[in-house]
Design a protein around this ligand. Structure first.
Ligand SMILES: Nc1ncnc2c1ncn2[C@@H]1O[C@H](COP(=O)(O)OP(=O)(O)OP(=O)(O)O)[C@@H](O)[C@H]1O
Length: 624
């Protein structure tokens, strides 16, 4: 749709060369104006260059991509090769994959490990090295878990500050020596196995560009322009990487951000980079303050929650409603929301101009688990939804969790973490397992486990083995494996409980979507590539009501939004997190265009029906 742009939006669109900083409040059309500016550059600036567009999440990258495609639709112009659109991690991965050999890395198969695998490796280091691990080996379990988390946090922070592991110096204090020694050992281990973790990506890309001037120049020539979204969430490492490519006041770099929407402080984001950008680049500055998204009522409470956003002005043409609800517990909350949605869909609401579609509704929570009752209720009522939050295991049903774990063990049969999960899900007697045995392949391991599964799993395990057999060879028949499971469970009515069956079907469909998504894009099909792709997918394909954590909702908008679990202990989590949680809630409520439902519960089924009190933010917004 072609809108009449505001004067400030026009300023953004017309800015071509030199650094630019756009301060934008929620819903003020920063994405729209930015995409128009980038299209303007492609249309009017001659040369064979690309534009680097970095977003904070993959969902946002997908949105920007779609908007760019729309922008060029009428001209029937294919422009995808003129842009790199993705997160800073995706961009860094591309650099590491294509140029990592210059640092002596084997780049044929980069294996990206996740947080569970990191913790596993750290545990192994601490249990096998007596000089490092004496404290660990003699401590109670909970202390050990905390220590592993602390070490993992320390290493991650070192990498985020671009600090490489170093040999220990005598003068350092004991704690420092301990943490640094483990970082050193951990790094050696990763290198020996050609593994990298998520924080390595930026660190390695930074090193490649800094240590190899010729490569840096190639990137600078190709990516003549850059646009960085959610600049408030920049980390030290990403800022330094950008400064390497776009060093000074003549660089064509654009930053778009909003201090009040900084929600990633736990990942090492520092909002002062917004100031740093001003100091370092002396950019042209445009402030976007006219909100085009939300109704006057929603803007009014968001201003109360975030007084520093006072200059934001509402588009008075949009009328809506903010409704606060109190419930006994999460089940009552879920039932009411499901009823309310059915009412809205069937008979609409006077404030909604058009017939409401499932895709225009979102339920947003501070944490993923709070959405569980909603999911159950939607499944029961056949309300279509897509859980777009991120997690470790993708599957929800036990059956598909076991299938998924089997797949992970085919990729790496030594992975103790997944072996343990596998054993606990299938309730093996651990005494019957030979823990010292090592397996040369996932096939051998999964066959070995067959004799250990409990009686009630025996038949199912046989089917699972058949399905794994379709994916453990060189030719991967993933769709056939899913089909086999589906036939067994759905067609032969193996499972009587309809709720369990629903969850299995939704898992099988999810995996089918993932496979289609991967198989259509990859030249060669292998399980490792597939797993890496799945860990990086943001589940944007499926349709229905969006179930989101606030972090996965950033950059999106819906006609109707339910923000649930507005209780102390959740929103905010505690006193210390009040400021960042206020930003988080601010992002959540500003996703809504017309109707915003806020709710809290008097007690919680997730904590033994303990009493709960409403969030302080409800008072701040003048709703209590
Ligand atoms: N000039 C305009 N006239 C009318 N509508 C507009 C205009 N600019 C933007 N919009 C609409 O306002 C809504 C918000 O725009 P957009 O998604 O670009 O905001 P944003 O600044 O990226 O928001 P946020 O930071 O909250 O994610 C969109 O529905 C967009 O189409």
């Amino acid at each position: 749709m072609d809108y009449a742009l505001s004067a400030s939006q026009k300023q953004v669109v017309e800015h071509i060369e030199g650094p630019l900083l756009v301060n934008s409040s929620p819903g003020t059309g920063k994405q729209l104006a930015t995409v128009k500016r980038l299209a303007n550059i492609i249309r009017n600036h001659k040369g064979n260059f690309k534009i680097l567009i970095l977003t904070f999440t993959r969902i946002e990258a997908q949105q920007v991509k779609e908007r760019i495609e729309q922008e060029f639709e009428k001209e029937h112009k294919e422009v995808s090769d003129r842009f790199f659109i993705g997160t800073i991690h995706q961009f860094s991965k591309e650099i590491v994959e294509t140029r990592g050999d210059t640092l002596g890395l084997s780049t044929k198969e980069i294996i990206l490990i996740d947080s569970n695998e990191i913790e596993n490796i750290l545990k192994n280091i601490l249990t096998s090295d007596s000089s490092l691990g004496s404290f660990y080996q003699n401590s109670p379990l909970e202390k050990n878990d905390k220590l592993i988390r602390d070490v993992s946090f320390y290493i991650s922070n070192q990498k985020k500050m671009l600090k490489q592991p170093k040999l220990i110096k005598e003068h350092e204090n004991e704690d420092q020596k301990f943490f640094d020694s483990i970082y050193y050992e951990y790094d050696l281990f990763l290198k020996s196995q050609s593994l990298i973790d998520i924080d390595d990506l930026i660190l390695l890309a930074y090193r490649i560009l800094n240590e190899r001037a010729s490569i840096k120049e190639i990137y600078q020539r190709i990516y003549k322009f850059a646009c960085i979204f959610e600049a408030q969430d920049l980390t030290f490492a990403s800022f330094e990487l950008l400064r390497t490519l776009y060093p000074d006041k003549n660089s064509n770099i654009m930053f778009v951000g909003d201090k009040n929407q900084a929600i990633y402080s736990f990942r090492g984001s520092i909002t002062s980079f917004m100031e740093e950008i001003e100091n370092h680049y002396s950019p042209s500055i445009v402030n976007l303050t006219q909100n085009y998204r939300s109704s006057v009522e929603i803007i009014s409470i968001s201003k109360k929650l975030m007084p520093s956003s006072l200059n934001i002005s509402a588009n008075s043409a949009i009328k809506g409603e903010v409704i606060l609800k109190e419930f006994e517990n999460e089940n009552a909350e879920a039932i009411w929301i499901a009823d309310n949605i059915m009412n809205l869909v069937e008979s609409n609401h006077k404030k909604l101009i058009q017939q409401i579609q499932w895709d225009n509704i979102a339920v947003i929570a501070r944490n993923r688990y709070i959405l569980r009752s909603i999911e159950k209720q939607f499944l029961k009522r056949n309300i279509p939804f897509a859980n777009r939050t991120f997690g470790n295991l993708e599957s929800e049903s036990t059956l598909m969790k076991v299938f998924e774990l089997g797949m992970r063990l085919i990729i790496n049969p030594q992975d103790q973490y997944y072996i343990e999960q596998f054993q606990s899900l299938l309730k093996f007697k651990s005494s019957s397992i030979d823990h010292k045995k090592s397996f040369e392949s996932g096939k051998v391991l999964l066959n070995y486990f067959e004799k250990h599964v409990a009686d009630n799993w025996k038949d199912t395990y046989k089917i699972l083995l058949k399905s794994w057999a379709l994916i453990w060879g060189t030719e991967i028949r993933f769709s056939d494996a899913l089909h086999l499971l589906e036939n067994y469970f759905v067609s032969s009515s193996q499972t009587q409980d309809i709720e369990v069956l629903n969850i299995i079907i939704s898992d099988i469909n999810l995996w089918r979507d993932y496979w289609v998504n991967y198989a259509s894009g990859a030249k060669e099909h292998n399980l490792l590539g597939f797993r890496n792709k799945v860990s990086s997918l943001s589940k944007v394909s499926s349709r229905g009501i969006s179930l989101l954590t606030v972090h996965s909702s950033q950059g999106r908008e819906f006609d109707v939004v339910y923000v649930i679990g507005l209780n102390e202990g959740i929103f905010p989590t505690n006193e210390e997190t009040t400021d960042v949680d206020r930003n988080i809630l601010y992002v959540a409520i500003t996703r809504a265009k017309v109707l915003l439902y806020l709710s809290y519960t008097r007690s919680s089924i997730y904590s033994d029906n303990k009493k709960r009190i409403p969030s302080r933010f409800l008072r701040e917004m003048g709703l209590l």
